[in-house]
Design a protein around this ligand. Sequence first.
Ligand code: SF4
Length: 402
Amino acid sequence: MAGIYIHIPFCKSKCGYCGFYSLPSLKLKERFLEALKAEIVGRKDYLASEGMSYRPQQPIDTLALKARYDMGCKGSVSMPSEAPTIHTLYFGGGTPSLLSIDEIGDILHLIKDTYAIAENAEITLEANPDTLSPEYLEGLRRLGVNRLSIGIQSFFDDDLQYLGRRHDAHHARQCLDWAKQAGFSNISIDLIYGLPTSNAEQWNKNLDVFFAYDLPHLSAYALTLEPNSILTKQIELGKARPINDEDALRDYGILCQRAKENGFLHYEISNFCRRGMHSKHNASYWFGTPYIGFGPSAHSYDGTSRQWNVASVSSTFAAEKEELTPEQLYDEYVMLRLRTHWGIDLKWLKREMGERFSTYCEQHAQPLIAQGRLSQTREFLYLTDEQMLFADGVAEELFWES
Ligand code: SF4
């Protein structure tokens, strides 16, 4: 079981708050597509490489169901020689929906010719409303894309203008109607909260619209100021209204409450879903499933090492690599799992990484539990809705001290 991520680094223009690697022009598109195709073929053995010995963790409800590989840090079992089947494919960006249907089709065909893709693979494409039309969405369906992640951000024009988005609220709604008409049922949208143009009432209305569309998945992020973003500079110059933590905290509380009332599972700090409708691709990051990333700034993970492509479009994507020690693997496990409702599985930790890690983790967890910053149910350490916002600080206190 493994995943593929494809980074499409182009946008029509830069949103005010953006901190991602993306170019606000399509000038380098042809060069990028050529390099991307070369990388897809050239790295076809990455996921079956000899260095790969791992035992991906599974979500609690599927733990018993999947055959798994052993983990390198505790006596490994040899990996099958053939490459693992790909169960998730994710076009992220940037704005993947800036590519034409033919261009996306070419990439998909090449991937299917080069890798073993599961028949029921989750194929997600991130899209921005200003690039969508009914014809385009129907084209994506025909290609086999079966999940959309749409960057709506808000259903209010004043929020969208503040964020420097290219679409308006009317078009945001139109896109959701078109996506449903084109046959998509697995649709996620992004919303941003903690905006100075909004308030509790407006944020509630945003959520009203989301729930009225009866979509299975929501990703909601607090607005953060990225260094060197347009919005950060505008605020520094006094040309845009500043943001404050109280607004974000208020909106986060509303979000958690409304999600619960509407039967959504809060399965990761920023992600909410109907039962069984979590992003399989993103969950694979949290469960240590290997994945290969193509395109500038894309990351890859083979079970024992991380690799990341340099954030630049050229004829090849140069990569840097880091082998992970057992201690680093432990830190990653703690950090990633605390962000999710699945939490840290102490039994798994003991069985797969060794007792020294599970004992260390449990001991260091006790003061945090006493302070009300961490919760425990039997062998699981996890964070409640209220505690989740401070996941990074809690994780730091559980990290391995060398
Ligand atoms: S669409 Fe996304 S990646 Fe592109 S500029 Fe806006 S925030 Fe950045």
